[in-house]
Design a protein around this ligand. Structure first.
Ligand SMILES: Cc1ncc(C[n+]2csc(CCOP(=O)(O)OP(=O)(O)O)c2C)c(N)n1
Ligand SMILES: [Mg+2]
Length: 422
């Protein structure tokens, strides 16, 4: 009868071929194993695509990237100390991942929207989140700590990979808002509207979650303006990356039909270049990109973890030799872009930031843990009542102790409840 129904099969059309070719073009031919511009020796290399992006970074911007990385590392030391002093229930250190976070965060623009995990303190800094506010969540004072609308930096998500779905939904919302705005403006051309993209951060461990797969399918199908930024820090608590994947994580993008790029995550210049490229790609309506930042979690998973139980010191030492700050310092010094005075100022600024964060945290109220029990369900629940009763009995065991110590212990104990999951 001649009725033509659309095929549900891939038919090898030019469109399919083009998508594959686009994905391959970015990987290079043969695929570049890893984009690196600034090596551990502090020398700048060349990349056919990304060197042009790196050239745009002025000495002032490069000094800024160094100052950001140094600031967040100092903050990390301070937050760890605050946790050890009982001021925070838990801390999630980022040391080693400064370049991945500062490079990608600084490549984003104010209109972009960021979905972090729980370790993106460096990205938070680049989005102007008050770092003292960020600690409220780790003290249990609030469920978040900052208003995402102020900075387009979403609240931390502790449920692994859940934020990748939120990110894709948000990116699809951006697409639709742009279409509506274009229609209202009478141009009919979405590209004429201010373009924004989304970055979804997640870890190598989280990459095994079904949520990531679903996110990538949706992002590809709808050509959503989202950059998936996977920090492969080689560990998911005590599980090494080779258990999560048998191929470079960046290779997975090809299966979804979009570009995947592995970048040296300890090279802030390359991370900035690759992320800038990916965000442009997404904002221009060309669809998603997966970036795998190859880096290392130098410290523990959290302050509740002891990595000496499951990994070798030699591995840690090998990665410390690839330190992101040290290589940029070498480069800045050798090019005469920064002198001793600059590095001394960075150190002094870091100490000032740490003092501010310490002072502000000490001034934070101690949360009444009963509120957390009260907020668990809308109505009373016998299990919650039972757990509260256990907690009150446990707390009563500290009666008669010095009040401040007692309060601090309560704050910590409450967060470290058996169901905390971290
Ligand atoms: C859905 C879910 N499963 C398990 C956990 C417990 N958990 C918290 S962090 C973590 C490891 C995550 O590793 P990775 O994704 O590599 O991120 P990293 O912590 O290394 O930054 C696990 C299993 C969780 N928070 N959410
Ligand atoms: Mg990891």
């Amino acid at each position: 009868m001649g009725t033509h129904l659309p095929s549900t099969e891939f038919d090898g059309t030019a469109v399919d071929d083009q998508r594959e070719a686009d994905a391959e073009a970015v990987m290079g031919e043969p695929p570049a194993p890893m984009v690196q511009l600034l090596g551990p020796d502090g020398k700048l290399g060349f990349d056919p695509v990304f060197t042009d992006y790196a050239r745009k970074l002025t000495p002032e911007v490069l000094r800024g990237l160094y100052a950001d990385m140094a600031a967040i590392r100092r903050f990390d030391v301070e937050a760890t100390a605050l946790q050890r002093q009982g001021q925070l229930a838990l801390w999630v250190p980022l040391t080693g991942q400064e370049a991945a976070q500062i490079g990608s965060g600084r490549a984003s623009q104010p209109q972009d929207y960021i979905f972090p995990t729980y370790r993106e303190h460096g990205v938070a800094l680049t989005r102007n989140v008050d770092l003292a506010e960020l600690l409220r969540q780790f003290r249990g004072v609030s469920n978040g700590g900052w208003n995402p609308k102020d900075t387009n930096f979403h609240l931390y998500t502790l449920v692994l990979a859940a934020q990748t779905l939120h990110a894709v939904g948000y990116a699809m919302g951006i697409q639709r808002d742009q279409k509506l705005a274009a229609t209202a403006a009478g141009t009919g051309n979405p590209a004429a509207e201010p373009a924004a993209a989304v970055i979804a951060y997640f870890g190598d461990g989280a990459s095994s979650e079904g949520d990531v797969h679903e996110s990538m399918v949706f992002a590809s199908s709808y050509n959503a303006p989202v950059v998936f930024f996977c920090q492969n820090n080689h560990w998911a608590i005590s599980v090494p990356t080779e258990v999560q994947t048998k191929v470079p994580l960046s290779n997975r993008a090809k299966g979804y039909g979009f570009p995947g790029i592995r970048v040296d995550g300890n090279d802030v210049i390359a991370v900035h270049a690759v992320t800038e490229w990916a965000l442009e790609h997404a904002r221009q309506g060309k669809g998603p990109v997966l970036i795998e930042a190859f880096t290392y979690r130098v410290g523990a998973h959290t302050t509740a973890d002891d990595p000496t139980k499951y990994r070798q010191a030699a591995e840690e030492d090998a990665w410390k030799a690839k330190d992101p700050l040290a290589r940029l310092e070498k480069y800045l010094r050798s090019e005469g872009m920064a002198d001793q005075e600059f590095f001394a100022k960075v150190k002094a600024d870091g100490d000032e930031l740490a003092a501010y964060v310490r002072r502000t945290t000490h001034d934070l109220e101690t949360p009444d843990i009963r509120t957390a029990f009260a907020n668990t369900y809308a109505e009373a629940h016998p299990l919650v009542a039972e757990e509260l009763a256990w907690f009150e009995e446990y707390s009563a065991g500290f009666a008669g102790e010095e009040p401040a110590a007692n309060q601090a212990r309560q704050a910590v104990t409450a967060q470290a409840s058996p169901k905390a999951g971290h």
